[in-house]
Design a protein around this ligand. Structure first.
Ligand code: ATP
Ligand code: MG
Length: 872
């Protein structure tokens, strides 16, 4: 069965059991401070499990893109070495939110595997949670009993807390699970070793394919468990592993999910998969990583130096490293695989198709820059090796190479090994640990349990319509971090404060108690659909009705910038073309930033057109037309643009100003005229094919013009109030360059005269024409003098000293014949004489210069110069 059919069979099966099929959520998480990437099917549904939002149906099914490269689930280092762990993989899931529980989940799992997919019962094992004394959790008898009805008891195995108890984090919903394992070994091997003994033993042909999680507990901050009022089902089956079983192969990489990519790698690199283990590992690494990187870029996460972007950069670099070392690829080539990937998966994941060009560009650029790093790193590493007298190379130096220059450590040890040297690995790991603990302690955070004052699940956001309103605190908790110190998060029954999201900053403001005490809200954020407000201290009276007010000025300025961002987006598509797609946006109160795909620099004329386009819409006084809670499809039909990598609900909010329509949760002005004016401050490149525009509106533009005009008048005054200051400046510049030319000519003239005078001062010592003299010339003058004077002599040794702007200069000229006959070297001479002037320098054997901090040392240096001739 083809992989496409395997995927759709799964979804169709659960659809027939009353589930709604939902698309994969974006893999890169934007509003979850606890997780960078979706690492399991349940991550996008967290808020449903926590009861903080309502799912569109109590039964859902999907295939979710997952990435396991950081945090609790990190499979990165395994990938390539085994045949069944990937960085990016698809997790097929069926979900029950307070609906069916163990009985149905187990029965349907078995029906799908054995009847729909027709997998032989005799290669399957199931596991059941055995209980845990420490947690006080009993064995999962319930699951055992359901399994017993359909599976023979010798195929039901007991599993411990590590394998059979699932938790999404230190806190929150969790519960026992049952895993399905397959044994795809040959009959011969099965006869030798019982499959049972290989379950959960990391055997490449006895692997877990599906995990059914029965969420029945909630883990509190103190570690204790309480029963959940509503029990849920969360299942996850590895799509690629299922394909391996269904296609009768022994490795995920031999399924049709991977073989087209592997064939392409073979063709490009002229290698063959399956001949040499080292090459095989490299090919697996590359075919896996190109998927992870391409999907991330399509989701809007570009490689970068921090956070999620850095993780993506590291994955790509790992692929480059393997292709560089084991496939001998010294030129970018991973980007060339994107074509096959998008052909293969573009149907199920259209974002790959529509963004192919961008993905290719970004990957190619990254590859080129990392290959350069590798080249430089090789040079640096050779330097380190030259300075090592021992056979062991310092781990700290290797760490520096790794940390500062991005030079991979395994490449370092490989090269060292080839040269018969050894790496001090302990030293390397110590340096690494030191740095890790430094960054860990900076980001460490502890979070208390919520203190609930009022039971109230769904909190209402009223901030589109009102900025001041009475509120009650429903719950609060303390969070302590190194960076911010102690803070409290307050949740209200309703809130006018906009929480950070969709690129827009969170609102600030205040809450005021009946007796007039004011507590400042420093920021507003959202986690799992709950808006919380950050305060430094808890209000005294937590239980009374408080007056909550948003900082209106900040909100107004932010809204101006948000509306202007929409108009800018429209302008870009209008003026640069429809290929422009939003790639990032930051809306602050003081400025806005907009990143978008476009393949060349935006010219000054285009920028002017864009600015004019936006300002024309501001002058056009376009009113805000807002539609809340309209069905997604309706919004799209009316012309709204949905962004890749954004998660939308079934109903959305559409914001229209004239012809600009966007799906947006942010705050906006009532009329574009409120913005007053829009001004672009800069245009630059963020990455290959991604440009950035920074702009300001309203008060910031006023300030900008006030400042600019102040500067203008100051400049004008400096130019003696010239009628036309630009012309006056040009005149000054012309005058200046004329004067420069004159000065140069004069200096040349002076040097000539000096030359004549100096010629008389030359002494001849042992046939060498020697002169050491202080002159009043700059570096260029000294050089001219040296060569002109030296050119007229046969065996010249000339040393000049000069003081310029409080600094010392030394030069040494030696005729080429002398350099050879007397083994003299001007570079060495100035280096040694440089000590007298507290400086250093160098150059060639026949001419070199040194600069220094101590002009008083010049006479001494000139005195010492004679020694070279006498010695010679
Ligand atoms: P394993 O022990 O094999 O690493 P796991 O216990 O980490 O698996 P779960 O977290 O239960 O796996 O995820 C559910 C399913 O997702 C697994 O049964 C497996 O089929 C699949 N899966 C997990 N990790 C990966 C991965 N890195 N690559 C491909 N599939 C995976
Ligand atoms: Mg795992």
């Amino acid at each position: 069965m083809k992989s496409q059919d395997i995927r759709s069979k799964y979804l169709e099966f659960f659809k027939s059991k009353g589930h709604t099929i939902v698309p994969s959520a974006p893999m890169v998480l934007k509003n979850d401070p606890t997780l960078m990437f979706v690492n399991s099917g349940m991550a996008p549904f967290k808020e449903y499990f926590l009861g903080q939002a309502k799912p569109p149906n109590t039964r859902l099914t999907d295939s979710q893109k997952c990435l396991r490269v950081s945090g609790k689930h990190n499979d990165l280092e395994e990938v390539g070495y085994d045949t069944y762990h990937h960085t990016l993989f698809e997790m097929l899931g069926n979900w029950s939110f307070g609906d069916y529980f163990k009985k149905e989940a187990i029965a349907w799992c078995w029906e799908l595997l054995t009847e729909v997919y027709g997998i032989d019962k005799d290669i399957l094992y199931v596991t059941v949670f055995e209980g845990d004394k420490e947690d006080g959790t009993p064995m999962d008898q319930e699951a055992y009993d359901f399994w017993k009805e359909i599976v023979s008891e010798d195929r039901i195995l007991m599993g411990n807390k590590k394998d059979n108890f699932w938790e999404m984090g230190d806190q929150g919903p969790c519960g026992p699970c049952s895993e399905i394992h397959v044994d795809i070994r040959s009959a011969e091997e099965k006869a030798k070793v019982d499959g049972k003994s290989l379950v959960n033993e990391d055997h490449p042909q006895v692997v877990e394919i599906w995990n059914l999680v029965f969420m029945q507990y909630n883990r509190k901050a103190n570690g204790s468990l309480e029963m959940l009022p509503n029990k849920h089902i969360d299942t996850g089956m590895g799509f690629e592993r299922l394909c391996m079983v269904m296609q009768g192969v022994q490795s995920n990489y031999d399924t049709d999910v991977f073989t087209p990519i592997i064939r392409e790698i073979e063709t490009i690199s002229k290698t063959e998969y399956g001949k040499d283990e080292k090459v095989d590992v490299a090919i697996r690494v590359i075919s896996d990583h190109v998927r992870a990187v391409a999907f991330s870029i399509a989701d809007g996460q570009l490689p970068s130096n921090t956070g999620a972007g850095y993780v993506i950069r590291r994955i790509l670099r790992r692929a480059v490293r393997y292709s560089f070392t084991f496939l001998d690829q010294k030129e970018p080539f991973i980007y060339r695989l994107v074509n096959v990937l998008s052909n293969k998966m573009g149907e199920a994941f259209p974002e790959l198709k529509s963004q192919k060009q961008l993905i290719q560009n970004v990957i190619k650029e990254e590859e080129m820059s990392f290959l350069r790093t590798l080249d430089q790193g090789l040079v640096l590493l050779n330097g380190v090796i030259e300075h090592t007298s021992d056979t062991v190379v310092s781990g700290e130096k290797a760490f520096e190479l790794y940390d500062t220059y991005g030079f991979p450590i395994d490449l370092t040890s490989l090269i060292l090994r080839e040269k018969g040297l050894e790496l001090d690995e302990a030293g390397f790991h110590a340096a690494m640990e030191k740095q890790k603990s430094r960054s860990r302690s900076a980001s460490e955070m502890s979070t208390d349990d919520w203190t609930v004052l009022i039971e109230d699940d769904i909190q209402e956001f009223v901030g589109y319509d009102t900025l001041v309103t009475p509120v009650k605190i429903t719950r609060y908790r303390k969070v302590v971090s190194k960076k911010e110190g102690t803070m409290y998060q307050l949740v209200f029954n309703l809130t006018p404060f906009y929480p950070e999201g969709g690129g827009q900053v969170g609102d600030k403001g205040y809450i005021e108690s009946p007796n007039g005490n004011v507590t400042y809200i420093l920021d507003t954020k959202k986690e799992n659909n709950v808006v919380y407000h950050l305060v430094k201290e808890l209000p005294e009276d937590l239980n009374s009705v408080l007056k909550a007010g948003v900082d209106e000025t900040q909100r107004f300025r932010t809204s101006c910038n948000h509306t202007a961002t929409h108009l800018l987006h429209q302008a870009l598509r209008e003026i640069l073309g429809e290929h422009v797609e939003q790639k990032g946006s930051a809306v602050h109160s003081k400025h806005l930033r907009f990143d978008f795909s476009h393949f060349s620099k935006v010219t000054n004329e285009q920028l002017q057109d864009i600015e004019d386009f936006v300002n024309a819409r501001i002058e056009g006084k376009l009113p805000l037309q807002e539609q809340r809670n309209i069905p997604m499809q309706k919004a799209i039909d009316e012309g709204s643009m949905a962004l890749f990598g954004e998660k939308y609900g079934d109903t959305v909010r559409a914001i229209r100003f004239g012809k600009s329509i966007e799906l947006c949760g942010g705050t906006h002005v009532q009329n574009t005229s409120d913005i007053w004016h829009f001004k672009i401050k800069s245009e630059s490149a963020v990455a290959s094919g991604i440009r950035r525009i920074e702009a300001i509106t309203n008060d910031a533009v006023r300030e900008f013009y006030t400042d600019s005009s102040k500067i203008y008048f100051e400049v004008k005054e400096l130019l003696n109030n010239a009628q036309d200051p630009i012309k006056a400046l040009q005149n000054l510049q012309d005058e200046n360059s004329n004067l420069k030319k004159q000065v140069e000519a004069l200096l040349k003239e002076k040097a000539k005269n000096v030359k004549g005078e100096l010629k008389n001062e030359i002494e001849t010592i042992d046939g060498i024409q020697f002169l050491a003299k202080k002159v009043d010339l700059d570096a260029a003058g000294i050089k001219d003098l040296s060569f002109e004077l030296g050119g007229t002599l046969d065996n010249a040794f000339l040393v000049f000293g000069s003081e310029q702007n409080g600094k010392a200069l030394l030069s040494c000229y030696i005729s080429k014949s002398l350099v050879e006959s007397h083994k003299l070297n001007a570079g060495q001479v100035v280096r040694e004489l440089g000590k007298f002037i507290q400086g250093g320098g160098g150059g060639q054997p026949f001419f070199a210069t040194a600069g220094g901090k101590k002009p008083e040392g010049i006479p001494e240096a000139l005195e010492a110069a004679k020694n070279y001739v006498v010695k010679a």
